[in-house]
Design a protein around this ligand. Sequence first.
Ligand code: KG4
Ligand code: ZN
Length: 336
Amino acid sequence: KDEIVILGIESSCDETAAAVVVNGREVLSNVISSQIDLHKLYGGVVPEIASRKHIEKINQVIEAALENAQKNLDEIDAIAVTYGPGLVGALLVGVAEAKAISYAKNKPLVGVHHIEGHVSANYIEHKELEPPFLCLIVSGGHTHLVVVKDYGKYEIVGRTRDDAAGEAFDKVARAIGLGYPGGPKIDKLSKEGDRNAIHFPRGNITDAPFDFSFSGVKSAVLNHLNMCQMKNVEIKPADIAASFQESVVDVLVTKTIQAAQHLDMKTVVLAGGVASNNGLRERMNEACNKQGYKLFYPSPVFCTDNAAMIAAAGYYEFMNGTRHGLELNAVPNLKI
Ligand code: KG4
Ligand code: ZN
């Protein structure tokens, strides 16, 4: 069979998503129902609300994905679903749904690692991209430097010791009153600020050069705000946003390039929500050009959570022979 059609389902956090993808690369449909407006009221994702919203939306989202792709369930070759990491109650909705379809239609079930999905988002728009490559995964919950040796084969070379990059963006955004989710807001506000206005620390881990730490820069922003209040100095949110972003981007770019040099990798790939950050894209582009490396990153819609990336990853897992039974469970802290 030369056309493998995968239905992807994603519900690990605050987007209910379904997509139909052919051969891991051609997106026939990509439906995302975001709960951002709901969680915004609380300044972050409320797990129970997320689960309840997923269960309400999931059937509609899958129906829309099938309809947009002009496919019915009989024409699907397998169902790929995120089973971790993520919020357990949120994951369970997608997993239970995928199992129900798999059982009712007698279709193979493929559990997908959410992070593998983020990496695979790059296969969708970059048909020429193939492993091996070095991937910087930067999302709300994860910051990893990974060598993708082959489809489904990963070697972690660095990780965060504390906050994820996106988490730092969200926390700093909240501190300067920008609301949730903070990443895109800091990205936008940065354009109006001076990135050299304040020097925030670059978290360096001496014994593991490719590991990250973002709790220091976050605390430095909070200290800066306290200092301004105490000394009655005017707080300039745009300068803080730009300087904070500069600190995070500087560390991400420097370590990624150092890792690529060290490992002799000539292709660099970005993945995860923070990969849509304009500062990161620009600076990584400059750095990769200078080194003669190729750089790939997904369009913003494929950077943040979606099900097309889960179907893409699911396709390669399916081709590698991965099959899950109806005992598949959600694994909130699933390791890569
Ligand atoms: O990958 P994702 O959708 O969810 C997780 O798997 O975590 O990433 C969401 C994260 C949030 O922390 C959000 O603030 C951040 O990605 N983000 C950004 C941007 N767009 C989303 N961070 C910086 N700049 C952006 N433009
Ligand atoms: Zn994600």
